[in-house]
Design a protein around this ligand. Structure first.
Ligand code: SF4
Length: 619
């Protein structure tokens, strides 16, 4: 087995610890093993921005291997945004290179008095002074650390250095700040950047030449060959466009929220159909980009060629979530401004979803007279005013004026502004809602409420393709009889995320590749049923983390605009009111969670090998 690096920032101690094989088998990796470490080692009730919060970076067993899209790592902590379990999944190249540097994960405790960065080189770790980096954006930080550690592309002297860092948003403890790598890949959600900032840890830089052992190298190679031919689902979309390719259509179908969840695409944002049409947007792409050894390369680099205020801006391709949260939500169809906003978010280190939702909230407050020009430092925050949005984001990054009011996300902003603004704050238990509408995919309503990271669209639900093998197509607006399918979809996604595999591969290849690669890489006996079982164990442990904190997701409110209460009267999802109560009730039944307290039954916990959790929750 591999090892993790324990770093205590208070005492400056760095210490290797072997990975426990039994725990890896039970929780796989990523946020699965992360939940195991944090549940076991962190008491309840810690201040998420205090030194007791643990911050983990965990790869999965398939990270850095020949597995299709095996390149992810997950950041875990107690979220300062929601005070719940927190995690944020990220691609790029950092995860594989952390393993090449000798570690499967890093567990950071304590807090430093002064800024530091963590240097890891071929199994040797060292804390270094980061005063020269503090105040710099994530892109500059990455450049400087790569140069300092001697990254080289010279033939015969090649050395890759990868950096995960925070920008000014994380330094300023913004509760919607991200941890960035590859200058445009974000561990974006749960406010993980603020936790890193609270520890005064500016960056982690890794390099190394460690080889990742494979249980059956020949079989692993053969599986890659076999499964790369078995494409389907969203494969073509990811290869040709990336996520940005759905923006125009989604704004019309009701998938994307429009006008801060209060509008209807064809009525309120008709220009989205053409201005955000996939071929129009892909014309901004200069070249494709993929995370480490990705077969699809859904990413890219874009630039603004046309005349205007953003001419010459060049940055990572805008993702769908960014274009929808900053564009469709604010009725802004100025795509060059979206490229600029994406650049600013990535450099400051903001979660693009949360920051966009917060901006849309501010616009609706302004349009309704809750915020005035005096409150916004002179910015005219009308619907569709892209220049004001760019200026607003810059203020958020610097925590200046109205930017300071908004920099901690929509829930805190509504609390600070008052005057009834809460009704425009689209969040579940403090977490900004992402860009997929439950009225279009009703299964999401259950996920937004019940997943341990509230308001998360990447945790699996019955309306997310692929429909699992052996399951018939279901009628999405039929609200009964879907609990088990929701559960299994969620379990498969937990296994995908824990294994270190990009979720887009799960949506684009025969999903049997995941248990097959787990077998060939680790030697563990894995099949579909075992995936379900491990996924359920991970779900229960993350959930138990929240229960131990005294939280009950059944009390979390899902904003009425999300579920169509009252229903919209025009558009593709008109007359839809999602029966979230029935969906959640059936989900709790199938999970064997109490319908009032959401506490899992002792019997179910014990059947999953969670005896200690059963004792914690039942005595
Ligand atoms: S599909 Fe996209 S996000 Fe996923 S690994 Fe490939 S490039 Fe990265």
């Amino acid at each position: 087995m591999g090892k993790i690096l324990n770093v205590n920032l208070t005492t400056r101690e760095v210490r290797d610890e072997p990975l426990d094989e039994a725990s890896c088998r039970d929780y796989i990796g990523g946020y699965g093993i992360g939940a195991k470490y944090l549940y076991d080692r962190m008491p309840k009730g810690v201040d998420p921005l205090g030194p007791e919060n643990l911050l983990g970076f965990f790869t999965g067993p398939l990270t850095g291997t020949p597995c299709i899209e095996g390149n992810r790592f997950v950041v875990v902590c107690k979220s300062p945004l929601t005070n719940t379990w927190g995690d944020a999944n990220c691609g790029g190249t950092f995860g594989p290179h952390l393993k090449f540097a000798g570690y499967d994960g890093i567990l950071i405790s304590g807090a430093s008095d002064t800024p530091v960065w963590l240097r890891i080189e071929d199994g040797q770790a060292q804390l270094c002074d980061a005063a020269f980096l503090w105040g710099k954006d994530s892109n500059k930080t990455e450049d400087e650390l790569k140069a300092l550690m001697g990254e080289s592309n010279e033939r015969g002297n090649r050395k890759k250095v990868e950096v995960a860092s925070i920008g000014q948003a994380g330094e300023g403890l913004s509760l919607i700040s991200a941890i960035m790598n590859d200058k445009g890949r974000a561990a974006g959600r749960s406010g993980v950047g603020a936790v890193m900032g609270s520890k005064k840890l500016k960056a982690i830089a890794v390099t190394g030449t460690n080889e990742i052992p494979l249980f059956d190298p020949e079989e692993t190679k053969a599986l890659r060959k076999k499964y790369t031919k078995m494409t389907g689902g969203a494969h073509e979309l990811f290869v040709n466009y990336g996520t940005i390719g759905i923006t125009g259509e989604s704004s019309m179908t009701g998938d994307s929220p429009v006008k801060n969840w209060g509008g209807v695409g064809p009525v309120d944002f008709p220009s989205g159909k053409t201005k955000f049409e996939q071929d129009t947007l892909i014309a901004y792409q200069d070249k494709k980009y993929g995370c480490w050894q990705c077969t699809m390369a859904c990413g890219g680099h874009m630039s603004v060629k046309e005349a205007g205020p953003y001419k010459g801006v060049a940055h990572h391709k805008v993702e769908y979530e960014t274009a929808a949260s900053w564009g469709t939500m604010t009725l802004t169809d100025d795509f060059p401004a979206m490229i600029k906003i994406n650049e600013l978010c990535n450099k400051f280190g903001f979660d693009t979803i949360a920051s966009g939702v917060t901006a849309a909230f501010a616009v609706e407050c302004y349009e309704n007279g809750i915020l005035t020009k005096e409150d916004t430092d002179g910015l005219e925050l009308n619907w569709g005013n892209s220049a004001s949005l760019v200026a607003l984001l810059e203020k958020m990054g610097r925590r200046e004026g109205i930017g300071d009011v908004l920099a901690d996300g929509v829930k805190r902003a509504a609390e600070r502004i008052g005057k009834g603004s809460e009704k425009f704050a689209m969040h579940v238990h403090g977490s900004e809602v992402p860009m997929h509408d439950p009225k279009f995919m009703p299964g999401l309503a259950t996920t937004y409420k019940m997943d341990s990271t509230p308001a998360r669209h990447t945790q699996g639900h019955e309306d997310m393709p692929p429909v699992l093998e052996g399951w018939p197509e279901h009628e999405k607006y039929e609200y009964t009889g879907k609990g088990e399918l929701h559960k299994h979809c969620m379990e498969m996604v937990h296994v995908t995320n824990a294994a270190g595999v990009c979720l887009f591969a799960f949506l684009s290849y025969d999903w049997n590749f995941i248990p097959d690669f787990l077998k060939s890489v680790t030697g563990w006996d894995f099949d579909t049923d075992e995936c379900y079982r491990v996924g359920e164990r991970i779900a229960n442990l993350r959930h138990a983390f929240n229960l131990r904190e005294g939280l009950n997701p059944l009390r979390f409110e899902v904003p009425s605009r999300l579920i169509g209460d009252p229903p919209q009267t025009t558009g593709n999802v008109r007359n839809v009111t999602v029966d979230i109560d029935t969906q959640v009730r059936e989900y709790c039944q199938i999970m064997d969670w109490d319908p009032e307290t959401a506490i899992p039954s002792r019997q179910r916990l014990e059947s999953l090998g969670l005896e200690a959790v059963a004792t914690d929750l039942h005595g």
